[in-house]
Design a protein around this ligand. Structure first.
Ligand SMILES: [Zn+2]
Ligand SMILES: [Zn+2]
Ligand SMILES: [Zn+2]
Length: 149
């Protein structure tokens, strides 16, 4: 951890080590979850301090930030590959899925319109087993009553 921070050109602080350590065990955590977890293990750190650490480590390439539409951002230490995510529409649970191609961009548009394409953002949306078991009631979508019958 110390070496990774140094190689990324970041000063080694307790807060940065604590956040990276937490994310090693709990990938795809939100800032809130990280703050809570880090507090339990390493003592008080303000949410502001956590945000600062996350921003610095993301900028330095030590963390990847994923922002599924309509859900809070999540952070992970698995950087440098083109893996994708499965995201639960209900609870936001996020899982890694390897890219079948491996390199960016793994999809090509039918018409590039002259763009140089460097990335295709792929997110698989669905319902996790827990939310399926809950009958989809945790899903933020509104259903008409008839559709339940
Ligand atoms: Zn879920
Ligand atoms: Zn991931
Ligand atoms: Zn892919």
């Amino acid at each position: 951890m110390v070496q990774e921070l140094r190689e990324a050109g970041l000063r080694v602080t307790m807060a940065r080590q604590a956040v990276l350590t937490w994310l090693t065990v709990h990938p795809h955590s939100t800032a809130d979850a990280i703050a809570e977890g880090v507090r339990e293990q390493f003592g008080a750190l303000s949410l502001q301090a956590i945000y600062g650490v996350l921003a610095a480590c993301t900028d330095a390439g030590l963390l990847r930030r994923i922002e599924p539409a309509g859900h809070p951002a999540r952070f992970e230490r698995r950087v440098g590959d083109n893996h994708h995510h499965l995201v639960c529409r209900g609870c936001g649970r996020t899982e890694d899925v390897d890219c079948v191609v491996g390199e960016r961009p793994c999809l090509e548009p039918v018409d590039e319109h002259g763009f140089v394409i460097d990335e295709a953002e792929v997110v698989f949306w669905g319902l996790c087993p827990a939310c399926q078991a809950a009958g989809g009631s945790m899903v933020g979508t509104h259903y008409h009553e008839e559709e339940w019958q």
